[in-house]
Write a protein that binds this ligand. Structure first.
Ligand SMILES: Cc1ncc(C[n+]2csc(CCOP(=O)(O)OP(=O)(O)O)c2C)c(N)n1
Ligand code: SF4
Ligand SMILES: [Mg+2]
Length: 334
C-alpha cells in the first residue's frame, strides 16, 4: 500500500502521520475534517458506454466495490489507461485519471507512480493495449518493478476497432485481419509476465466478481508491479469464447490451491507462489487454464530505489536544493 506522504513543493515528499498534516510552514496544525466514507456514488462518473453484456462492466463493479471496501482517500485514486473498449475505464471512475495513447499506459503510470509515490496508481486496458503495442512497455515496467496495479481485460480480440486478431486470439480465430483464421501462436500472458519480471501475477474471470475482488485486494497490497489478467468477454466480436472457463455458463473455474505451509501431505501438492518455475508450469495448463495467484515475490521497487538515490544525491553536496544539484551537474559537464 502507498505510504502517506506530503509534497515538499520541490518534487520531493515527506512521510506524515495521518491526521497530522500542517497547513504550511510556520502555521499551526489544522485538525483535519473527518473524512466521509467513500461510496459508490462518490466514485461513479459517466455511465459506461460498453455494449450490454460486455465483461468489462463486471470489472468496473468489482473495482467500485474494492474502492468502497478499502475506503481509500478519494483524492489519491488515479485510474489510467491506453486505448480500447477496456481502456475507457478511467471515464467511469470519478477520480484523477487519463485515457492515454494506445499501448503507452505503462510509461504514463510509471511517471506518475515515481513522481507521486503517495498516490494509488491503477492501470486498466486490453490485451491489444498490454500485450501488442504496449508489450515492450509492459516488460520494462515489470522488470523495473514500478509500483502500480495493472488490470488487463483480456477478450482475445481488438474490440474497439471492431474485430481484429489480437495477440491472445487463439489459432483459427476468424477476424477482419485473419478472414481465414489466425495462424500465429498467441501470447501466453502468464509466461510473458513471469519472464518480464512482474512481482505479482494473477489471473481471474469477469464472471467471478468475488474472485476478482480478492485478487484486486492482494494486487493492491503488493508493493511493486502487480498485474491481473482478467478474462472479460467481448459479447459483440468474440462471444462465448470463455464458456469453458465460465462457471455461469457451465464451464470449469479451477482455482489455484496455494501452499499453507502447514506441514501436511496435501500441502506438498499445493502451489508455492514464490516458485517461479512452478508458476511457469501452471502457465502451460491448456485453456481455460487455472485461476488465482501464479507468482508473487518481494523485490525492491524502482520507487524505493530511486528515492534512496535522490536522497544520497542531495546529501553529497550538503543537502543542496534541486536547482543547485542540477546546476552542479551541468557545471561538471562543461
Ligand atoms: C498507435 C495506435 N495504433 C492503433 C490504434 C487503433 N486501436 C485503437 S484500440 C486498438 C486495439 C484495442 O484492443 P484491446 O487493447 O484488446 O482493447 P479492447 O477494445 O478489446 O478492450 C487499436 C488497434 C490506435 N488508436 N493507436
Ligand atoms: S465491442 Fe466488445 S469489448 Fe467493446 S464494449 Fe462491446 S462487448 Fe465490450
Ligand atoms: Mg481486447
Amino acid at each position: 500500500m502507498a505510504e502517506t506522504t506530503t509534497g515538499n513543493g520541490d518534487g520531493s515528499t515527506t512521510p506524515v502521520a495521518a491526521g497530522n498534516r500542517q497547513s504550511g510552514s510556520g502555521s499551526p496544525a489544522i485538525a483535519e475534517a473527518p473524512r466521509e466514507k467513500l461510496t459508490k456514488k462518490a466514485i461513479t462518473a459517466d455511465h459506461p458506454t460498453w455494449c450490454p453484456g460486455c465483461g468489462d462492466f463486471a470489472v468496473l463493479a468489482a473495482f467500485y466495490k474494492f474502492l468502497e471496501k478499502r475506503n481509500l482517500e478519494h483524492e489519491k485514486i488515479v485510474t489510467l489507461a491506453g486505448i480500447g473498449c477496456s481502456s475507457r475505464f478511467p471515464y467511469f471512475v470519478n477520480g484523477h485519471g487519463a485515457h492515454f495513447i494506445h499501448g503507452r499506459a505503462v510509461p504514463l503510470a510509471s511517471g506518475i507512480s515515481l513522481a507521486r509515490p503517495d498516490l494509488h496508481v491503477f492501470l486498466f486496458g486490453g490485451d491489444g493495449d498490454g500485450f501488442s503495442i504496449g508489450g515492450n512497455h509492459l516488460d520494462h515496467g515489470a522488470r523495473k518493478n514500478i509500483n502500480m496495479t495493472y488490470f488487463i481485460m483480456d477478450n482475445f480480440v481488438y474490440g474497439l476497432t471492431k474485430k481484429q486478431t489480437s495477440p491472445t486470439s487463439p489459432i483459427g480465430f476468424k477476424s477482419k485481419t485473419d478472414p481465414t483464421g489466425a495462424i500465429d501462436q498467441p501470447v501466453n500472458p502468464m509466461k510473458k509476465l513471469i519472464s518480464g519480471g512482474a512481482t505479482f501475477i494473477a489471473r481471474t474471470h469477469a464472471a467471478n466478481v468475488a474472485h476478482m475482488m480478492q485478487l484486486i485486494e492482494r494486487a493492491f497490497d503488493h508493493q511493486g508491479f502487480s498485474v491481473i489478467e482478467c478474462l472479460s468477454e467481448c459479447v459483440e466480436f468474440f462471444p462465448d469464447v470463455f464458456d469453458p472457463a465460465n462457471p455461469k455458463k457451465g464451464g470449469s473455474f479451477e482455482v489455484i490451491q496455494e501452499k499453507k505451509w502447514d506441514g501436511t501431505s496435501e500441502d506438498e501438492l499445493r502451489h508455492d507462489v514464490t516458485d517461479e518455475v512452478a508458476a511457469y508450469k501452471l502457465a502451460t495448463v491448456p485453456f481455460p487454464g487455472v485461476f488465482g495467484v501464479f507468482y508473487e515475490t518481494d523485490r525492491p521497487t524502482k520507487n524505493s530505489l530511486e528515492k534512496k538515490w535522490i536522497e544520497t544525491t542531495r546529501e553529497k553536496p550538503g543537502n543542496a536544493s534541486d536547482l543547485e544539484v542540477l546546476q552542479k551537474t551541468f557545471d561538471k559537464m562543461k
